[in-house]
Design a protein around this ligand. Structure first.
Ligand SMILES: C[S@@+](CC[C@H](N)C(=O)[O-])C[C@H]1O[C@@H](n2cnc3c(N)ncnc32)[C@H](O)[C@@H]1O
Length: 199
């Protein structure tokens, strides 16, 4: 699969994953399960999840490979009156302080890298235990292989990727991801919600 030009996507249209707020599957996590104070939103896009986390009082950092998305996220955060550290970064070679985040969210990043190939996935998976604080929580929402259309993430893959020695208490729950392609009816895609804890 070719690498998507995310800048072009964010510049020219409303991307289908831009649904005006965090993915509904994350609501129970946001209500009860976020560990603070420092929270990372990986592949934050236009920042709706990061903004919701900041509204809830967390110290939020968000990064995305798209400079256009980060500009849009900064504008949205300013309009919402919250302070968030946003930066342009590639998830496969992060420059973030080690062992620093008490919660990490990935809403749609891992599944995007999975469509590109195993090298991207492996490089990203190697970064996560570095930036997670010991005892920190990781939450991933990823469209699953059951959604068809070239999506490939399975429960077995997630359980293998998030096991010892770096991760413990891993659970994988079936959920739905909402997508809203422009000019079409909203889609509800089969997905996984992974919860795990850095050892
Ligand atoms: C499906 S979108 C999800 C955006 C946002 N998290 C949300 O839930 O609306 C995937 C995001 O990952 C970003 N992305 C893709 N590859 C990346 C990489 N290597 N490093 C950082 N961000 C990346 C894209 O720019 C895009 O914003």
């Amino acid at each position: 699969m070719s690498v998507m030009d995310y800048d072009e996507v964010y510049r020219s249209s409303r991307p289908p994953w831009q649904i005006g707020g965090p993915q509904p599957a994350l609501v129970p996590v946001l209500e009860d399960e976020v560990r603070g104070p420092r929270v990372l939103d990986a592949g934050c896009g236009q920042g709706d999840l990061a903004i919701e986390l900041a509204r809830r009082g967390f110290e939020v950092t968000g990064f995305d490979i798209s400079a256009v998305a980060i500009d849009q996220a900064r504008a949205k955060a300013a309009a919402a009156g919250v302070s968030i550290t946003f930066g342009v970064q590639d998830a496969t070679r992060l420059s973030l302080p080690a062992a620093s985040f008490n919660s990490i969210f990935d809403s749609g990043l891992l599944h995007s890298l999975h469509r590109i190939g195993p090298d991207q996935v492996d490089a990203y998976l190697a970064q996560l235990p570095v930036v997670a604080a010991p005892g920190g929580a990781l939450f991933i929402v990823a469209v699953s292989v059951e959604a068809g259309e070239g999506w490939g993430i399975t429960e077995d893959f997630l359980r293998e990727a998030f096991g010892p020695p770096w991760w413990t208490d891993t659970t994988v729950e079936p959920v739905r991801v909402t997508a809203m392609p422009e000019g079409e009816s909203p889609l509800s895609l089969h997905a996984h919600l992974l919860r795990t804890v850095r050892t």
